[in-house]
Design a protein around this ligand. Sequence first.
Ligand code: C2E
Ligand code: MG
Ligand code: MG
Length: 582
Amino acid sequence: MQDPVSSRSDSPLNYQELYLRTPVMMHSIDSSGRLVTVSDFWLEVLGYHREEVIGRLLIDFFTESSRIFAKEIALPRFFRLGKVKEVPYQMVKKNGEVLDVLVSASSECSADGAVCYSMAGIVDVTQRKKAEEEAQRLAHFDSLTGQPNRYLLMDRLEHALAQADREGHKVGVMFVDLDRFKWVNDTLGHAAGDTLLKMVAARLQGCVRKADTVARFGGDEFVVLLYGFDDEDEPSSFARRFLDALNEPIILQGIELSNSASIGIALYPLDGRDAGSLLSNADAAMYRAKELGRNTYKFFSPWMNARVTEKLGMENRLRNALKAGELFLEYQPQLDLRNCRVTGFEALVRWRDPQEGLIPPARFIPIAEETGLIYPLGEWILRSACEQARAWQRSGYQSVRIAVNVSPKQLQRYDFIEMVETILAETGLPADCLEIEMTESMIMANIQEAITTLTDLKVRHIHLAIDDFGTGHSSLVYLKHFPFDRVKIAKEFIRAIPDDADDMAIVHAILVMANILKLDVIAEGVEKRSQLDFLRGRHCNDMQGFYFSPPMSAGEMTGFLRQGGSGNRICPYNSLLPLAVH
Ligand code: C2E
Ligand code: MG
Ligand code: MG
């Protein structure tokens, strides 16, 4: 072989030296693929001594997959063509590290044209490849959680739909929205919020199969893509698994938090033929799950879309209604049957829309909660109820207590206590004449936060009641750790009396347990004499329900109170007096 360098008289290096010392990885192999020469830089990068490599097969320094590729494809091609350019291989360093390289080689042939000797230059592209992969990852993966982002999700969803069409499978799209991310972010800070998102991503990922995708869709929203399944129950069992995994407490900044999410599920092909409509339908189902009290999942059904549209319209109307004075309160009396006295009232909000008529709170409170309208609305309700209670007190019903429902959002707001204090001061209602009702799910979802707020209310002598008790999944023993004064047994259980033995057993158990724990109990939704008798027979004497009175306007209720004469004794219930124990 002609040496291009050593032939030049002014060069201090000969070809051999140049080959060896140039900072480029070079090697030469013979016709059997064994290394004949390697450059110093080749040895330096791969970490070998010359005597360890000369005479060995080049492919011994390749990874397993590169070895197969070299033997079966690249080397036969090289020996056929006599040269190759930038063939990608992976080489293994002596310390085991893998190197991505591009190999370009040319050959010397014998007289018969067979390759007898070849020389190759190698470029280490490990860093470049890593950078490319990183760029790819950043474009397709969420940088915080490392999960696929919405672009990759859309891509995978499109593929999954095409594949499902070919194979006749179903695909599930699940929209997962954390129930209290905002609170964590606002209260514990963004670092805690980030940690929470990472933990949630890991937990979701831990629940799915390898082929499924858990993508971060944005904010605290994740989308899980369940690939081809046949069993209809599969998405629900996944959703349940997600909820269980998320409910496992998480410690953030030393605080143990129980998390929950609302999940909406849309199925292909049933709920949408393309990626966009599946996602938006899963989203609508997720909203429905939130409305149903969170920590739950819901399958999409077509009326949900109608609801989304309705909700948007309703939000605007509600905003105006608040200004236009279309909202008002009704009051439902609460009685102590031991002496047939009205002990208090529950304030219940109503909305009379000029076109639609009366709209029940179950339809507009969730919208108010979602849109933040609950803050001005809740404040207005509390103020009006306290003013009314104070007015009744002034006209002689001194011991009347007013029960006001508050929603979780209100309770979570930083200035809730301050707002209550201001209203009590301005209306002049004594703090112990106000009872705040909240549901158990609200407390269980935010234990730490709830304890703080409830204690703050309690030290101000405000009464606290758990509303709709029994419909959540908490135990009374657990709730005993909170400073509640009383438990309202949910009307759903009372309704079943006297026909449903199971529900009656539940009511009985609640009463026994509350008695042991020294908690007062009131039964709501009492409609029949048989229910009243059942309750009284079990020493439950505080009741509320249509049997005594429906919710009424303040004016009607004032008239009603007057009929009862002084001292809150109510005439309409005199018929109950013989029942009185004393
Ligand atoms: P809740 O706090 O459990 O209120 C009791 C509900 O049961 C009221 O329905 C009441 O009208 C109804 N009710 C009373 N007696 C009976 C009875 O004997 N039988 C039956 N079947 N029902 C009876 P309403 O007024 O439609 O309120 C529904 C829910 O809306 C309330 O449940 C409460 O969670 C919420 N809500 C009502 N007013 C407010 C409010 O001012 N603020 C907030 N945040 N939520 C409210
Ligand atoms: Mg209530
Ligand atoms: Mg209730």
